[in-house]
Design a protein around this ligand. Structure first.
Ligand SMILES: N[C@H](CCC[C@H](N)C(=O)O)C(=O)O
Length: 283
């Protein structure tokens, strides 16, 4: 039998497996199996909680299509809640090894000593320049032209360990993400595919974002994507560094700060939904 937990960070839901107790032999196929809502559980992917030799814990994250991602903001917060609430640590400052380096978490317990929110030092944002002649350094990063389904968009490309293309638009509610999402994801500019954020600026402290995730489709939230969005908003002059920016996503809100030293802080909730047991599937 395999014991798993379902958790989410503002609706970005993954199946979490505690690999201190369980053995997962084929995480890519298991992620495809579990993510399916009819034959499995239904999720945006699979997250493994593992021992680490360099940090307190280690995370591996797999998208719904089985591809392994470098980082996941929402899963870092959920792991913080999991390890504290399950008694695997009594520290409220923990380190988490990811495929994109070690991340540092601060856990905030509620009155019942269960974690309700987590702050994550997400490390430095990496700006991805365009390879065409430009007038200024900043112009190398913002408003990169891209033609998708015959329409021209201006995108700002930011890596938070994983790649994001951020597009600012006057409104995002009516977008047909099922159609334009895959066209961004598989665009020839991105041989490794890309996560795409569609963003409306509400004011200089508030943004609205929808996301099409590489390997999982439209999700209700994306932590790394929200960080990339705030970095892009600062580069484009919509927001300022060192100020807390509130980002509304389909599943809730995240608070992000882009610091002077280019590191990014993310603060948001983590929710435990249920634990389940299943026979290890024949994959
Ligand atoms: N949902 C995640 C990111 C998953 C990234 C994945 N889709 C990829 O880079 O392939 C987050 O909260 O940051």
């Amino acid at each position: 039998m395999l014991t798993f937990s379902k958790m989410h960070g503002i609706g970005n839901d993954y199946i979490y497996i505690n690999c201190f107790k369980e053995t997962v032999t084929d995480p890519e196929k298991l992620s495809v199996f579990l993510s399916d809502v009819r034959f499995g559980v239904g999720s945006d992917g699979l997250v493994l909680i593992l021992p680490s030799e360099v940090a307190d814990f280690r995370m591996r994250i797999f998208n719904a299509d089985g591809s392994e991602a470098m980082m996941c903001g929402n899963a870092t917060r959920c792991i913080g809640k999991y390890v504290y609430d399950m008694g695997m640590t009594d520290k409220i400052e923990i380190s988490l090894e990811t495929n994109s380096g070690i991340k540092y978490l601060t856990l905030y317990p509620d009155a019942n000593n269960k974690i309700e929110s987590v702050k994550v030092d997400m490390g430095k944002a990496i700006l991805v320049p365009r390879e065409i002649p430009v007038n200024s350094d900043l112009e190398r990063f913002i408003a990169q032209p891209v033609t998708v389904d015959g329409k021209e968009y201006a995108m700002t490309c930011v890596s938070m360990g994983n790649p994001h293309a951020v597009v600012f638009l006057p409104e995002v509610d009516s977008l047909d993400l099922e159609k334009i999402g895959p066209s961004f994801e598989h665009h020839e500019l991105f041989p490794d595919r890309v996560n795409t954020e569609f963003v409306r600026v509400i004011d200089d402290h508030t943004l609205q974002m929808r996301v099409w995730e590489r390997g999982s489709g439209e999700t209700f939230a994306c932590g790394t994507g929200t960080c990339a969005t705030v970095v892009a908003a600062v580069l484009n002059g919509f927001c300022k560094k060192e100020e807390e920016i509130l980002v509304h996503l389909r599943g809730g809100d995240l608070r992000i700060i882009y610091h002077e030293d280019d590191t990014v802080t993310m603060i948001g909730p983590a929710i435990y939904v249920f634990e389940g047991k299943m026979e290890y599937p024949n994959l």
